[in-house]
Each structure stands twice: as structure tokens, then as C-alpha cells.
Ligand binder design. Sequence first.
Ligand code: FAD
Length: 427
Amino acid sequence: EVSIFWFRRDLRLEDNVALYNALQSDQPVIPLFIFDTDILNSLPKNDARVGFIHESLSKINIKLNAIGSSILIKKGATTEVWGSLFQEFTISKVFFNKDYEPYAINRDLAISALAKANNTLCFSFKDQVIFEEKEITKSDGLPYTIYTPYKNKWLEKYKSIAPLVEYDTESYFSNFQKNNFDFPTLQQIGFEESNIKVQPHNLTQISNYHETRDFPAIDSTSYLSPHLRFGTVSIRKLVNWAVRKNDVFLSELIWREFFMQILFSFPKVVTHNFKSAYDGIQWRNNEEDFKRWCTGTTGYPMVDAGMRQLNATGYMHNRVRMVVASFLCKHLLINWQWGEAYFAEKLLDYDLSANVGNWQWAAGTGCDAAPYFRVFNPDIQLKKFDEKAIYIRKWIPEFDFGYGQPMIEHAFARDRAVATYKAGILK
Ligand code: FAD
């Protein structure tokens, strides 16, 4: 008999709640990862995120090999894979960390039902957030839809339990099953190396974060986002550290949880405006305009530099994400869902809750969103946040040679956006 610990978006051995609990179980633990074809089949063969997952698993496997164990890697539709795992092994318990996306919730319900039918117990744990689901609610028990009161309650609750416990899995490593499963290459999984790579995170400048974070030319943000997305760092460890370092940085980590609880409480936001009063906006959805936005050829340097950074690296600085998103929704009057889908394809840190939350924020259709009449002027944003055009020149080498003609005049676009929103918003 064995216990199985199922890795998903928690690709680390250290401070991993479900793994810690699995290692306390009575049976030897097999660590498992499934390359889920329901997700992978829609991705290009050189998707950099699959490469990052593979690399992270390989690092875990090397550590496991050192103690005579290894990770079991499977590929397929998850229910089918689990069906054959129940044939292959006598599994008494399954452990995994919770995932709050609608697809994952349904997947986990299906696997729990399958486990039950095989007389196997399933245990799920909170790991990727400090507070989940309905832990932070208003006094009437309803979810917060405004960030600041959510944050205040989050901080109050955090202080009552701080510092957060970090789970010492290492002391129980001897409970991993001794085994020697083959570790497949990326090619054997059906993917190829990408020339785009996840960068290591960098926490050296976080004490000045509140002063520097808005300037894309200064590499001062943490680059933690793909690591948080795939769980190669522990949020508990990070929060315990951030509390001592920088309040503004901590509040960004709370934004992450805010959008996660919005997605959990209002799953309709994936496909619908949070504010349904905005459903009547007549988007122009012009394909040619969209193409210019995607390729970074709008003639607005701040927008174009951002899109080129995204296309080349799978990353874009947050300030610039706000500018390009506002430009797409307001200047071009393209439905935020088009931009959200493009980001989902390109971002290494793509996370459904943060992406949908921030896109709806930019479009003005989300909870606690930017007001519809606030239309960023991309040139003023450039003057404010990249005055010497250092970031711009990095991504637009031709900038100094009389850079392009804006595809649309700002004042015209602003007035058109305000009028279109005004006409579309239901009273
Ligand atoms: P830092 O500034 O160092 O922040 C630290 C961490 O805080 C981030 O790694 C992230 O986990 C969290 N965080 C910071 N800002 C936000 C925010 N506004 N919302 C939620 N969490 C935040 N972030 C994603 O992780 N995935 C996405 O798919 C995503 N899509 C976005 C789409 C748009 C239109 C916009 C405006 C923002 C989006 N963000 C997304 C939020 C933010 O831009 C990135 O988290 C940040 O730029 C990542 O860089 P960093 O790790 O260096 O951030």
C-alpha cells in the first residue's frame, strides 16, 4: 500500500502543506506529477511554461534521487491517468493542495469521486494562499469586492496568527517510497525547449519597492510571479519575510489573494463582466487594430515597448501592463477578453485570477476597477515613468529615429471611449 502526493501548482519539496501531511501518513509516499493533456493540447510545442514545469520537476527529482526516491511522471487526461494508477498501485491515501480555478475544482471533484470508488481517501490542503475561499469576508459573511477593506481584514487576521508556520517536510523525507521511476525528457512529453526562460526571482531591492516599482527601466520588482504561479516558492515563507521588509510589496501579495477570492466567489468573471451593467458596451473589436496592438506597432512607444517585451520575454512590467490594457480597451475599444486571452497565451506568470482581475480592472468592468472615464494617456505615462526613455529604447531600438505615427489620436480616442462607455453602461 502507498500514499500518493500529487504535485500541481506547488512545485517544491520545502514548506509544502499537502506533502508534509502525506509524509506523516503510514504508507510510503509516491510523489506524482501529471502532464495534463486537457491543458497541454492547446499549447504550442515550445511553450516556455511547460519547459519551466519540466525543469522544476527535474530539480525536485534530483533531490529525491539523493534520498533513493524519484518522482512518478504521467501524461494524459487526469481521470484516465488516475484510473490506471488505481490499477497499478494499491493506493490508500491521496494528498494534494487546493487549486481555486474552476477547471481545477471540477477536476479535483472528479478525482475525489474516483478515489472514493476505489476505497481511497483524498485529503486536500490550503497551500498557495495565506487565506482562502471564505476566510476573509465582510461581517455579514459575504465576500469583499473592494480591495482596501479586504486588505485591512487580511492584515488583522494575519497579525493574529503571525508568524506563519513553515512546514518542515525535510525531517520526514525518509517516508518517501524508495523507487527509481524514469524521468522523461521534455521531448518525450511532446514539447521542445523555448528560447524564452523564467528568470530567477530577485528580492534584493524590495526595501525600496514603494519608490521604484513603477519605473520599468529600474529592475526593482521581484520577478516572483511565475514562481508563485507554479509554487516554486512558498507564500508563507515569502509573507513572513515581506512583513519585515516592505508594506507596499506585502500589499501586492494581498492583491494576488484578493483576485483569487474574487475568482473563487464569482467564477463568472472568467467569461463575463463583474459589473453586468457594463454588458451593453459596444466594443469595436477591430481585427486590424488588435493585430497592431499584439505586435507592438501602435505608434505609442509605451504601448509598443510593453507588447514587444511581452512577445520577446513572456514578461511585462506591471505599470506597462496597465498602460497596454487600458489602451486596448479604451483607445481601441476592444473587449478586455481579447487582451486577456493574448496575455494568457504569452505570459509566463499567467494566472487566471490575476489576469482576469487586472484586465477587468483596466477595462473598468471589474470589482474595484479604474473608473471608466479614466483613460491613461500613454505619452504622459511615458513621461512620468520612463522620462529618459531607457525602457523604451531597450524594446524599440528605432525610437530615436523619428518613431512612428500613433495609430489613433489620444484626445479623439479618449472622447470616443468615454462616450461609448457612457452610452453602453446600463443605468
Ligand atoms: P512584484 O511587483 O514584485 O509583485 C510581487 C508579487 O505580487 C507578484 O509576483 C504577484 O504575485 C503579486 N502581484 C503584484 N501585482 C499584482 C496585481 N496587480 N494583481 C495580482 N497580483 C499581483 N500577475 C500575475 O501573476 N499573472 C497574470 O496573469 C497577471 N496579469 C496581469 C494583467 C494585467 C492587465 C495587469 C495590469 C497586471 C497583471 N498581473 C498579473 C499583475 C502584475 O502585473 C504582475 O503580478 C507583476 O508584474 C509580476 O511581476 P513581479 O513578480 O516582479 O511583481
